[in-house]
Ligand binder design. Structure first.
Ligand code: SF4
Length: 336
């Protein structure tokens, strides 16, 4: 099994055995799929349960294959890589975080040259590494820093845990820190953290050892690009409002409201309901001049490869509708 991820196979097998599950749907994010056959074979061998592999996308805690589990008649859905964000459907869900150990001393040592004059640091991470935050905090305190970890909540239950669409734990301590130290891979979470808190973010990637610093004032290029999209949406005669069927993204009420508001302004607006926003599907809707993603904020902020029209967040749509000034929305407001 993977040396990097803690797949908690023993716990999974015990749960399957204690529940008497006979058919299990196994859902893995892309990065863990190379382990799917080995996991399935071991579960089959030790529990006798049939294992079906979910082959659709699995981008986040919002993307739980509850409907698939019902369709295939599974009596348990085992979901790897995220923590519970949405209520279980008819089939119970067993979450396995797939934790990855980090060397707290090495992480802090690598960040020291980038911490500038910041002494009070907030800590944040994804579910893979949140269990390491107390050790990182201790390392920081030993070196004379203050370290704060915000409480978790319903969407992200672990202290210090953040999601690409939810930074509650960080926002809870943002008022008392100079900057955040984020532990995890990729750029989207550090960007969201900086937007959501208005604080500088030092992002330490435990996979490749790199450290990047993101300062809110350096996001002005992004602000200009996003505002250009707001202007395009404001002038659009036809607007597509994207709603995803993924359980944790379903935002029909917000989309209904936007549809009504755009129509009141004289624009032809329609909700486009889909599982996954892909260029080959969206581009065939050639009439709208702009889209609003009432779904994962990544669809708008990272963009959808191959879609040549602006895709805005719900927060940005409200700026286009005149509900709030851009200066107020910029930051946490555009993530919503
Ligand atoms: S909506 Fe997007 S950012 Fe939020 S959990 Fe899902 S994939 Fe992650």
């Amino acid at each position: 099994m993977s040396a990097l991820y803690n797949m908690e196979l023993q716990r999974v097998k015990e749960e399957i055995a204690s529940r008497g599950s006979r058919r299990v749907l196994l859902q893995l994010p892309d990065g863990l799929r190379p382990h799917a056959y080995r996991l399935a074979a071991e579960i089959r061998r030790d529990t006798g349960a049939q294992v079906i592999l979910s082959g659709d996308s699995c981008y986040g805690a919002c993307d739980v294959a509850s409907r698939q589990a019902e369709e295939v008649g599974a009596d348990l859905l085992v979901h790897y890589g995220h923590s519970r964000m949405v209520e279980d459907g008819e089939v119970p869900v067993l979450y396995v975080a797939a934790e990855v150990e980090v060397d707290a001393g090495r992480i802090v040592g690598g960040c020291l040259p980038h911490l500038g004059g910041w002494r009070r640091l907030g800590l944040a991470s994804t579910v893979q590494h949140v269990h390491s935050l107390p050790a990182v905090a201790s390392e920081l305190v030993c070196r004379g820093f203050e370290a704060q970890v915000g409480e978790g909540d319903e969407a992200a239950p672990h202290p210090g845990q953040v999601l690409g669409c939810h930074y509650g734990s960080a926002r809870r301590v943002a008022g008392g820190v100079d900057a955040f130290l984020f532990i995890g891979g990729g750029r989207f979470h550090p960007l969201g953290l900086a937007l959501s808190t208005g604080k500088p973010v030092v992002a330490a990637d435990p996979y490749d050892g790199s450290v990047a610093v993101l300062r809110p004032e350096e996001l002005m290029g992004l602000a200009r690009r996003r505002y250009a999209g707001v202007v395009a949406l404001r002038g659009a005669e036809r607007v597509g409002i994207i709603v995803s069927s993924k359980p944790g993204q379903m935002a029909l009420a917000a989309a209904d409201e936007l549809e009504r508001r755009f129509r009141e302004r004289g624009a032809e607006a329609a909700i486009i309901y889909l599982d996954e926003a892909r260029a080959e599907h969206l581009n065939n809707f050639s009439e709208p001049q702009a889209f609003v993603a009432a779904a994962c904020p990544r669809i708008a902020l990272d963009g959808v490869a191959g879609v040549d029209r602006p895709v805005l967040t719900v927060g940005e749509a409200h700026v286009a509708l005149g509900d709030l000034p851009w200066e107020e929305a910029w930051g946490a407001g555009i993530l919503g």
